[in-house]
Design a protein around this ligand. Structure first.
Ligand code: PLP
Length: 305
């Protein structure tokens, strides 16, 4: 266990309870700032669980979910891949000797300078969901490996990512395959994200089936190098949740895919939700009445100075 006070790290024995760690820190340091307790072992267990239960799907940690250097260092050492959304995230991950082929630039809306940086660093796998992005990549990185992101929202999810990202998975996806070919770019595969967290497990099988269908179409249109399915994130990460049901469902959905197809994922919350506990300093309380009802307001300090 480590308690992270932004700039300072203290290490505690694994047997010590989170509440005892919080009390120790508050008692010994007159602590008024918020801090995290990070269970490093929990991140390692999550990674082992993934590679044991869903061995064909290579996880690429979604850095945006929690870019804490400790998380990146551990996952880099465990040989995980990374989903980076910006130049800054690529820089952060590459500090720890992560090779370019372990990184997917999984943001369908990239700044030109970030695309140029990816090119400089040889990070060639990148997602797109629009014609404009394909044209941009043609200008700045024509050797990139294109991954077309389709919409595949779960029927039940808190954060519905299809509103922001992904093309419609029939006509629009085929139009983007056609444009990729016409621009002389290389189509590498298809990706989706079911939303976060995913409340409808079948969304994963739906997404995998759609990608399988699109790969077949792309091959008949002449894309020889299409070979990747990226099943995104949306996996639960809370303490006590287990991914057995989801793992079985995904393993079933991919079992008869051609072995030449590489399958990856972009879990974020899965890796870090149960590992991080935020301790905040509740310094003040206000009582007031609204429409005759007592309201309590609590003021907390979670920021560094
Ligand atoms: C492209 C992409 N991949 C992966 C993730 C991580 O999702 P989750 O934390 O649900 O696994 C996100 C989250 O917003 C995302 O936008």
């Amino acid at each position: 266990m480590s308690a992270n006070n932004f700039n300072e790290i203290r290490v505690f024995d694994d047997a010590v309870d989170n509440m005892d760690i919080i009390k120790t820190i508050i008692d010994t340091e007159n602590q008024e700032n918020g801090f995290y307790i990070v269970d490093i072992g929990d991140i390692i267990i999550k990674h082992r669980e993934w590679i044991t239960k869903i061995p064909r799907v290579v996880p690429h940690y979604a850095v945006k979910c929690n870019p804490d250097p400790t998380v990146i260092k551990i996952l880099a050492a465990l040989n995980a891949g990374f989903d980076c959304a910006s130049e800054q995230e690529i820089r952060q991950v590459m500090q720890y000797n992560v090779q370019a082929n372990r990184i997917i630039f999984a943001n369908p809306y990239k700044c030109p300078s970030h695309i140029k940086y990816a090119k400089k660093m040889d990070i060639n796998q990148m997602t797109v969901d629009s014609e404009l992005e394909l044209l941009k990549i043609k200008d700045f990185y024509p050797e990139a490996k294109i991954i077309i992101r389709i919409q595949c929202d779960a029927n039940n999810t808190t954060c519905n990512l299809g509103l922001k990202f992904g093309c419609e998975s029939d006509k629009e996806a085929v139009r983007l395959i056609r444009l990729t070919i016409d621009l002389g770019l290389s189509l590498h595969g298809f990706s989706f994200h079911v939303g976060s967290p995913c409340g409808e497990l079948n969304a994963f099988s739906r997404g995998i089936d759609t990608c399988r269908r699109l790969i077949k179409i792309a091959k008949t249109m002449g894309c020889k190098d299409v070979q990747l399915i990226d099943i995104g994130g949306g996996f639960p990460g809370e303490k006590g949740t287990n991914i057995d049901k989801l793992a079985n469902l995904i393993n079933d959905a991919i079992q008869d895919l051609d072995p030449s197809i590489r399958i990856v994922s972009e879990p974020g919350r899965y890796y870090v939700t149960s590992a991080f506990t935020l301790a905040t300093y509740l310094h003040s309380k206000r009582l007031s009445y609204k429409n005759g009802k007592l309201m309590r307001m609590y003021y907390v300090n979670i920021a560094d100075e």
